[in-house]
Design a protein around this ligand. Sequence first.
Ligand SMILES: [Zn+2]
Length: 288
Amino acid sequence: MATHLRIRLDHQPPRLWYKDQPRKPKFFDLGVSLVGQKRRRVKGLVVPLKVELLYEDLTAVARQSILEVDSPLKIGRSGYANLKLRIGSVSRGHDGHDFVIRVSADASAAHLVNTVIDSETTQPVTVRSKINHAASNKRKRDLTASSAGNSNDEPDAKGLQALASWCHYTTNLLKDLHSARPHCVYCKVENGHASTCKLVKSIAGYSHIRSLLEAKGISLPATSSSPAPSTKRRLSHLMEAEPQPRVPAYRGPGPPSLMAAIGIKSDNDNNVEPFESFMQAPPPLLHY
Ligand SMILES: [Zn+2]
């Protein structure tokens, strides 16, 4: 019976890669391991590798020579290999398509005759030549000045813009729930909120994300998905009252300004969860 192993990607290539960026490496890293059942690394077996350049739909790129390799193409006895690869052609030259790289075992190796090794495919890589600072500054201005969807060139900025827009929209929904009477739909406290009310925390969390986005130069859309004027006014009051762009290091007992701004009523100050313990971990989305 054949031994069944697989190649595992331990280190993905960059999602966006500039092939001609001055003073930057001309090759990117791709880390692979040989693993067995239960995804444990298998040591002691030398596996020659094959790399193929594909488009995202897994069709092969016609000119394979644009995928260059600057490292041994094999997994050694350690069970791990760090491949140094380069894609020598920009996505724009391929109808704007991203590339993926399939790493497989070279099945022609005689000692692997009774071994089945599954291949693995990387995340998509967008290849550009180099960072165009003038264009990226212009993009930033466009994003700040107008609504989402104007940028056709920067997936990250577009994603952040969408996130900002979504925060804006959702915060308004939460604000409406927050002012529901006679009692909070979540914590059930009448004419106010418990200090632990998750509705209140969620509003604070969204505001925090908004601050982080603004610190990255992403602002809320001017018109699209904007709430009714009255809600908007209340929201802007909330947002302005919020410390920018970082949350304060708050230590009880009094509620921080944001809590006060959104009308939290603390039934017992000693029960107030320190603001920082909630806000300590910034949203991981922004850390790529
Ligand atoms: Zn509540």
